[in-house]
Design a protein around this ligand. Structure first.
Ligand SMILES: *Cc1c(COP(=O)(O)O)cnc(C)c1O
Length: 389
């Protein structure tokens, strides 16, 4: 009964969300903090005062949200963990936010440079559809976000998986060589997942310079707010750059399903064409209200990102002192292994103690655990558990 197309589907397997027991969830790179109080207020107000709006279709292009996202990026420069705060409450809420010196943007991000969708997974799906062809291999790192191969299967896009260097960094030279040979696009997450290591903006600039000019170059910045280097400023130099970002990690909003693209207005228009050919209203009214409110309280999220980055660095030290091999991380998770300690078994032992972390059965990374950084209390509990296994 199924179509030929169905046979190429290899669905993504998300981190488990068990119902049988209350776990400390450190397996899906969600933010351990709730959204800003401003978001809760905006959502309640929308439900109470503007309930009739839920009977109407939402703004198909999320114009108010696009403007709010552009303003947020201009305030923080694209990396929350380094943004500078003045005033505001102890949790950062209400603070004035400015970019750190190194993150200042050389131009103002405008709403026509933003495309909004139902989570960055949907945004990515439209990017794959709109820019990658089935007549040439898309260049991806061998270990990267596991949704990319899923979409390649879905859209019939062949893939060239380039192995990582022995230090787990991207093999930029090989990726560029392959992309030029095939005149094809490149996509990767920066910082990369699940390896947690980022390229600098200068490294990405050199890559884009050396990559095919008439093909889109995609950088997925899902984790950049936790301390990587954003490539938004490179949009001044490259017309073929597409940056994908999300509310799910640094904006404490995985449940809101909001993701976005920052790119040239021309490429944003192409993605909008894909959207209007598939789902005209991807972002619902309530999510738009929540997203607009979140963008208005940048200080709160910057403070959350700083806390996560602080806990991450503490945890990396803790593990390294105990003989674990831990990759450097600019994200809200770490990727670690220990000789003689099988990843799957450790995952299971930690789970028995009430904490969920992520283990991948993917060849080449089976020894590793990917652990999301939680609150100070959660990390204290995890350290206790790991000390005893
Ligand atoms: C989590 C993640 C996403 C997906 O985010 P959603 O906005 O929740 O769909 C995209 N890319 C990478 C690399 C991620 O880790």
């Amino acid at each position: 009964m199924i179509s030929e197309r169905m046979k190429n589907l290899h669905p993504y397997v998300p981190g488990e969300q068990p119902k049988d027991r209350v776990y400390i969830k450190l397996n899906a790179n969600e933010n351990p903090y709730p959204p800003s109080p401003v978001v809760t207020e905006a959502v309640c107000k929308a439900a109470e005062k503007y309930a009739e709006k839920m009977a109407l279709y939402p703004d198909p292009d999320s114009n108010e949200l696009k403007a709010a996202i552009a303003q947020m990026l201009n305030k923080c420069g694209g990396v929350l963990a380094r943004a500078e705060l003045t005033g505001g409450k102890e949790n950062g809420s209400g603070a004035e936010v400015t970019p750190s010196e190194g993150d200042k943007l050389p131009f103002t991000v405008t709403p026509d440079m933003i495309y909004c969708g139902n989570g960055s997974d949907e945004v990515l799906s439209f990017v794959f559809y709109g820019f990658f062809d089935s007549d040439r291999e898309l260049v991806v790192p061998e270990h990267t976000y596991s949704f990319y191969p899923v979409y390649c299967g879905f859209y019939g896009i062949p893939m060239d998986k380039v192995p990582l260097n022995s230090d787990w960094t991207l093999n930029k030279e090989k990726m560029l060589k392959d992309a030029n040979e095939k005149n094809s696009s490149i996509i990767f997450a920066n910082p990369n997942a699940p390896t947690s290591i980022g390229l600098t903006k200068d490294e990405v600039r050199e890559m884009i310079k050396a990559a095919p000019k008439d093909r889109v170059f995609v950088v997925d910045e899902a984790y950049v707010d936790f301390g990587g280097e954003s490539c938004i400023s490179l949009l001044a130099e490259f017309k073929n750059l597409v940056i994908v970002r999300t509310f799910s990690k640094s904006l404490c909003g995985a449940g809101m399903r909001l993701g976005y693209v920052v790119s040239s207005p021309e490429l944003v228009n192409h993605i909008t064409t894909v959207k209007n050919s598939l789902n005209h209203f991807p972002v619902d009214f309530m999510a738009q209200q929540a997203g607009i409110a979140a963008c208005s309280d940048v200080g709160y999220y910057a403070e959350c990102a700083k806390s996560v980055a602080f806990e991450r660095d503490e945890f990396i030290d803790f593990l390294r002192e105990r003989g674990w091999f831990v990759l450097d991380s600019q994200t809200n998770f770490i990727f670690c292994k220990k000789d003689g300690v099988p990843g799957e078994e450790t995952y299971r032992k930690i789970k028995e103690e009430g904490i969920l972390v992520r283990h991948f059965n993917t060849p080449g990374i089976e020894e590793f655990l990917r652990i999301t950084i939680g609150t100070h209390e959660q990390m204290t509990e995890l350290k206790r558990v790991m000390e005893n296994i």
